[in-house]
Design a protein around this ligand. Structure first.
Ligand SMILES: Cc1cc2nc3c(=O)[nH]c(=O)nc-3n(C[C@H](O)[C@H](O)[C@H](O)COP(=O)(O)O)c2cc1C
Length: 357
């Protein structure tokens, strides 16, 4: 597989961002010569189909679709009740009843044959998986469709697994990245603060493993960042945070305000919001994560149910502080521009970065 088949003006991928990447954003990026994406990990099949159809009415350009392949969580009512109880004062302050139980807000595509039917019907130009790979039968049925398949990797071990499973290319997601770390086994990532690789370190390491395409993701905000990643061996770059303040993004007003305000204070990696390590803007939920022990947090995505409920209640009452406002270390450099202008600027900066001075 070659990324050249995508016929991009420049190898810039807009990251699939569940809940934030809209058909409008993806279409604006693809129409401007980058690769637009839809993050369908948290969508049901009906909503996923509607998003793809909306994209196709707005663009005849290439489309990247992304799905989650986490293991379905093991339920532990005692642990979940203890986690809920920890937030009783927050629910009381928001004048809401503490829920009786948590639910899992969405399912994994890992063992879902509908994934194959969906991809067959909508034929995106590229597919990627986050949190691991589909089971071997599903992956082999997808590979028969001859659509290139990538997977997010945060370390060499996951990359080796993906390559031996026949994946066409790797997304090298460094510790700078906004959103969830795509690490296959979340328990192998508990010690991320000591062991996590930066985007550039990971690109270099994966480059020594394979000649298949590598897409650098994490902290890439400018043409100089893009040129640096391409120079050390990445074949393309994937940017998420850079698009958060585009008018086409699905980020709500509170999220946008927090990005503008957080520019000086940065981001943190926490498990407290969703149950898996993810980088976002610090708030009341990430503060809980600073003290909660990993073993006390319900697994992904059950913990998400609680933070989503608190966030919805706070927003309804004009408050804030519980949102999963994912963003990477480059947050200070998010530009507030229409996506097509952002792609144009990134392309000309990248070209300038390659010109001899
Ligand atoms: C708001 C947000 C949501 C994200 N959602 C997804 C997702 O649904 N699937 C996925 O593969 N990656 C997701 N990511 C991670 C991105 O693919 C990518 O690794 C990351 O954005 C790169 O780092 P950057 O944000 O510093 O550009 C998300 C990132 C952000 C910021």
């Amino acid at each position: 597989m070659s990324l050249e088949d995508l016929k991009l003006r420049a190898p810039i991928f807009q990251a699939p961002m569940a809940g934030v990447s809209t058909p409008e954003l993806a279409a604006a990026v693809s129409n401007a010569g980058g690769l637009g994406a839809l993050g369908l990990g948290a969508s049901n099949w009906e909503s996923a189909a509607a998003q793809v159809s909306a994209f196709r009415t707005l663009s005849s350009g290439p489309l990247h679709l992304n799905f989650f392949c986490h293991d379905e969580p093991e339920r532990n009512p005692t642990l979940e009740a203890a986690w809920l109880a920890r937030f009783s004062s927050e629910f009381a302050a928001l004048k809401a009843t503490l829920p009786d139980a948590l639910k899992s807000p969405y399912t994994s595509a890992k063992d879902t044959p509908q994934l194959v039917d969906f991809v067959k019907e909508y034929r995106p130009e590229l597919i990627s998986f986050h949190f691991g790979l589909p089971n071997p039968e599903i992956l082999s049925a997808i590979k028969q469709l001859e659509i290139p398949v990538l997977v997010s990797t945060t370390n060499v071990e996951d990359a080796e697994l993906a390559l031996s499973a026949g994946i066409d290319g790797l997304i090298a997601q460094g510790i700078e990245a906004g959103g969830h770390r795509g690490t296959f086994d979340p328990s192998s990532d508990y010690d991320f603060s000591n062991t996590a690789l930066t985007t550039l370190e990971l690109v270099e390491r994966l480059g020594s493993l394979t000649a298949r395409p590598i897409v650098a993701a994490g902290g890439i905000m400018s043409g100089i960042d893009i040129a640096t990643a391409l120079n050390i061996g990445a074949n393309a770059v994937q940017l998420g945070s850079a698009f958060l303040l585009c008018p086409e993004s699905g980020a709500n007003e509170d999220y946008r305000d927090q990005i503008r305000k957080a520019r000086g204070s940065g981001t943190v990696v926490t498990r407290a919001i969703s149950g898996r390590a993810a980088r976002g803007i610090s708030n009341k939920m990430t503060n809980v994560g600073d003290t909660a022990r990993t073993q006390d947090i319900p697994p992904y995505p059950i913990a998400y149910d609680l933070s989503k409920q608190l966030n919805a209640l706070a927003l309804e009452q004009g408050g804030s502080g519980y949102g999963a406002y994912w963003a990477g270390t480059g947050i200070a450099n998010v530009r507030e521009l229409p996506a097509s202008d952002l792609i144009d600027q990134l392309m000309s900066e990248t070209e300038a970065a390659f010109k001899p001075r």
